[in-house]
Design a protein around this ligand. Structure first.
Ligand code: MOS
Length: 727
């Protein structure tokens, strides 16, 4: 099914955050620091204040009120400090002032007139330097990230590696990456009678409302987040960042609506990013390719990136494993946060590259090596997976792609100016199902609303809710009106507070639609037999069938029923619990990549990509395929282009625009061949859907890197794989 929101989006009638304009609205423009570390000694606001249309300028000396703590999971997943907390500058691009003006132009122009004087110190902004002296990560209650994982307990991993017949030990590095969603963070905030309404694109409207309420020191019930359309997020809109907090606090201070929009350059620093990481893998195997030992030691700027826990503990069987994360704390860099397949993206690049290196060392086919070490359950606890057909992904993928035509000897396939190579990789991504609530409501106009406080960040949730609602009620999809992207819609518990994260929104929301639909139908039948004016009043044995109430030798459509009973709505809320923990849940894919590398310039190009996906039931092939192709391209962008470049002396991110921070778009790529196996995961839920969104990204860079090796004989262990590395 096509996206039901597609027309609104491509015709411009879909209103994103900054498209909202309110009466009396003022515009806030952020001023950011131009040093990486130090103190603000003075701020000359005189010219800015004298400029036309300036309403107020907030600075560390004229603060906005943020009485609460900065929440995002103990400050680890987002900013730890309030805007304007003090005169300290912790990184280049930190917000140091907010100019509020009558128009965006006036605010921006006045912002340019502010003169900030600093005492600067050398910033600690080089990850290359910082990783020489790492520290243990903080421990966050309830979160397994950062914990040492060892099997058996107390394992001497170096001895286990030394005892292995074949060994590979290498280090793999990834640079900082930035989400760069199409819609930058923006917020329109308005207070009315003590209640705050915020239009702000978010992956979790209720979580966003709670975070804003916490920081502003107001009741969560008094904050209403509206976010029906989100112009991309990728983890960057899971938590709350400065633009929303500034708009909300400035609006409260000024008593008028305030809009704050992040510029593209500011997006690199006032919102989060994927932290750089450096991973050392030691793989030991016997001559038959059985893994005897896996050592995976990572250093990252942040606990957020934990590739060991996320990846290595899930991929391959081995009797000896040691996984450890170290961090480089207190760096003068913008806050790190989750970004599409956090941990997994970097982890799968490293692990799947190392596996390719091991296959070369063994003289073994890379698929055979993976099948030799196939995991039926989780590596540490041995918990069985609910449904796993990764083996079939390898087989079907190899056939579709033509893997048998690959020549194991690198650098041997040449076509004119190009060296051709093939590589493959595994993708595994945890799946799950959080508790949630959905309300299904019948209306007299013949439509039914399916409502949940979840989010559609471009994932297709609007369409999935309509599709599953139509199936559950057995009525045409155009009679379903989905409602999402609003903090006041149904939700339960705290686990689903973050909405569309962890590729779990579809597996979370769709089972609740089934429950809510059944309960709403029960209410409707009850209504049909008891409401005055109903043609089925007093009837027995009334049943619901395809939008009609049937019984007593007659039938009536629910719209007509509600019209005749003068009832505006009949509905019910259904709730579902988290997935039971008798099994582990994950989605799988096998990626196959063909590249050509120019013999004279080193330019690598993608020529073919096939992925075969086992993600449970595929509820809507179009949006599912779209998620996988987008995810694969996301991973290939990391493989080929993306790198936040931090200037050592200043801590400035020097490529903070789309000319220097290059991203591929659909027009740049060859078609990505996506094939779904479509085995419903009925242990996870009655709809059988598992996670898709992030899966395509996992492993994509390794498939590319392995293909580059096969083409050239050059093993590139540092992303991105740019032409200079292939000369
Ligand atoms: Mo995704 S990084 O869980 O939003």
């Amino acid at each position: 099914m096509d996206r039901i929101d597609a027309r609104a989006k491509v015709t411009g009638t879909a209103k994103y955050s900054s498209d909202h304009n309110l009466p009396e609205m003022a515009y806030g423009y952020m001023v950011t620091s131009t040093i990486g570390k130090g103190q603000i000694t003075s701020m000359d606001l005189s010219m800015a204040r004298a400029a036309g249309g300036v309403i107020e300028i907030y600075t560390p000396d004229n603060r906005l009120s943020f009485p609460g703590t900065m929440p995002a999971l103990g400050g680890v997943f987002a900013e730890t400090r309030h805007p304007f907390a003090d005169r300290e500058v912790h990184y280049y691009g930190q917000v140091v002032a907010l100019v509020v003006g009558e128009t965006i132009e006036q605010a921006r122009d006045a912002a340019a007139l502010i003169k900030v004087t600093y005492v600067a110190q050398p910033p600690k902004s080089s990850f290359e330097d910082a990783k020489q002296n790492p520290a243990d990560p903080p421990s966050i209650p309830g979160l397994p990230l950062g914990e040492v994982i060892e099997k058996p307990v107390g394992v001497d991993i170096e001895a286990a590696l030394a005892a292995s017949e074949i060994r590979v030990e290498e280090t793999y590095d990834v640079p900082p990456r930035h989400h760069m969603m199409m819609e930058p963070h923006a917020a329109v905030a308005a207070w009315q009678a003590g209640e705050l309404t915020i239009f702000s694109g978010t992956q979790g409207p209720a979580a966003h409302a709670l975070e804003v309420a916490t920081v502003l020191g107001v009741q969560p019930a008094d904050v209403h987040v509206v976010s029906p359309y989100v112009g991309g997020a990728f983890g960057g809109k899971a938590f709350t960042w400065a633009p929303t907090l500034l708009a909300a606090a400035a609006s409260r201070a000024l008593g008028r609506p305030v809009k704050v929009v992040t510029s593209r350059e500011q997006l690199f620093t006032v919102t989060g990013h994927r932290a750089a990481s450096s991973q050392t893998f030691g793989l030991g195997a016997d001559r038959d390719g059985r893994l005897k030992a896996i050592k995976h030691h990572t250093t990252s700027q942040s606990l957020v990136e934990d590739p060991g826990y996320r990846t290595t503990a899930k991929f391959y069987a081995t009797p000896n494993v040691h996984i450890k994360l170290s961090i480089t704390p207190d760096m003068n860099l913008p806050a790190a946060t989750i970004m599409r397949a956090p941990g997994d993206e970097a982890g799968s690049f490293a692990l799947e590259s190392a596996m390719d290196e091991l296959a070369v060392a063994l003289g073994m086919d890379p698929i055979e090596l993976r099948m030799t070490n196939y995991l039926q359950g989780t590596l540490i606890e041995g918990k069985p997976y609910s449904s796993k057909h990764l083996d079939e992904c390898y087989q079907v993928g190899a056939e579709r792609f033509g893997w048998s035509r690959r020549r194991a000897q690198p650098g041997t396939v040449i076509d004119g100016d190009w060296r051709i190579g093939m590589g493959m990789s595994t993708a595994i991504l945890d799946s799950g199902r959080a508790p949630t609530a959905v309300r299904v409501t019948f209306r007299p106009n013949g439509t039914a609303t399916v409502a949940c406080a979840t989010s559609d960040a471009g994932t297709g949730m609007w369409t999935i809710m309509a599709l599953i609602g139509a199936g559950a009620l057995n009525i045409p999809v155009n009679r379903i009106k989905p409602a999402l992207g609003d903090s006041r819609l149904p939700l339960v518990g705290s686990n689903d507070m973050y909405g569309a994260v962890g590729s779990a929104a579809t597996s979370t929301v769709t089972p609740a639609i089934l429950v809510a639909a059944q309960e709403a139908v029960d209410e409707l039948v009850q209504h049909a037999t008891t409401a005055e004016g109903s043609p089925l009043f007093g009837a027995t044995g009334v049943r619901y069938d395809g939008g009609r109430l049937v019984g007593a030798g007659t039938s009536v459509d629910f719209g007509e029923l509600l019209t005749r009973t003068r009832t505006s709505e009949v509905g019910a809320q259904g709730t579902t619990a988290a997935a039971d923990d008798s099994h582990a849940y994950a989605s799988y894919a096998a990626h196959f990549c063909e590249v050509k590398v120019n013999r004279w310039t080193g330019e690598p190009r993608l020529s073919r990509f096939t992925t075969v996906v086992d993600a449970g039931a595929i509820l809507n092939a179009k949006t599912a395929r779209n998620q996988i192709t987008g995810g694969v391209l996301f991973g290939l962008a990391a493989a080929m282009f993306e790198e936040g470049k931090v200037e050592g002396a200043t801590g400035r991110i020097s490529n903070a625009n789309f000319a220097d921070y290059v991203l591929p778009v659909n027009a740049d790529t060859v078609p990505i061949d996506v094939h779904f196996l479509d085995y419903p995961d009925t242990r996870l839920s009655p709809t059988g859907a598992r996670g898709i969104g992030e899966l395509g990204t996992v492993g994509a860079a390794a498939a590319f890197a392995n293909a580059v090796y096969n083409a050239t004989g050059k093993r590139i262990r540092t992303l991105p794989i740019t032409p200079d590395k292939l000369l």
